[in-house]
Structure formats: C-alpha cells, structure tokens
Design a protein around this ligand. Structure first.
Ligand SMILES: [Zn+2]
Length: 126
C-alpha cells in the first residue's frame, strides 16, 4: 500500500498511474491527473471537491518539510538569520510543490479507496 502511494498509483488496482506523465520543463504538466484510473477505471475524483481534504495532507507534509529544513539549517549553519531561514523555507516548499501536490492526493485517495485484487487482475491477462 505504501508503495502504491509513493509511486502515485491507483489504490484500487495498484497498477494504473494517477497522474499523466509529467515533464519538468513544463511545470503545468506535473499537476495533471487522470479522471479515471487507466487500468481499472476507478474514478479518481469520486465527487466534486473531493481533494479539498488533500489540502490538509499537503499542509502536514509542508509542516514536516519546514521542520526538516529548519533542523538541517540549524545543524549546517548555526549562525543563520531569520531572512535566511524564510528564504530556505520558501525555496524548499516551492521546489517540493509538485511532489507535495501528488503525494497529498495519492495519500488522500488511498484513505478512501480500498485495494481490490480483482480490479488488479482484470486487464493483466491481455
Ligand atoms: Zn486502478
């Protein structure tokens, strides 16, 4: 289950990808999601506003990132100034944004959609 979360795969069949192929040169593409799982047709947006809750997950991830960046700075450069800290936090959160976005949606979906071995098998014989 954790594997499907971190590889951004459908929690129902653990085969289909949640996201369309991203391209780092086109940052917008990193946020494009399939409306249905390409493998088992599981709806990836069961209801409008479904991913509102994913904001809380990304908030939690950002908090963890903040703490990690702050601890790293304290260890590596103990004489840091407040503006350095703020600059670092902004850079970390901005760079991690596509990852945070994907991870929070992947986690949120995995909370509501259960693994279904039959859905996983369906197409594998083809
Ligand atoms: Zn699926």
């Amino acid at each position: 289950m954790l594997k499907s979360i971190f590889t951004f795969q459908c929690p129902r069949c653990r085969k289909g990808n949640l996201f369309q192929e991203g391209n780092l040169l086109r940052p917008g593409s990193l946020f494009k999601m399939h409306s249905h799982c390409p493998h088992c047709q599981q709806s990836l947006e069961p209801e409008p506003g479904f991913y509102f809750g994913a904001m809380f997950v990304s908030y939690a991830i950002n908090t963890a990132l903040f703490i990690a960046a702050w601890v790293a700075l304290t260890i590596l450069y103990p004489d840091y100034t407040l503006s350095m800290l703020l600059g670092l936090l902004t850079a970390v959160v901005t760079l991690a944004l596509p990852l945070t976005y994907r991870l929070s949606r992947s986690i949120w979906l995995a909370i509501f959609v259960r693994f279904d071995p039959q859905a996983s098998q369906k197409k594998s014989s083809e």
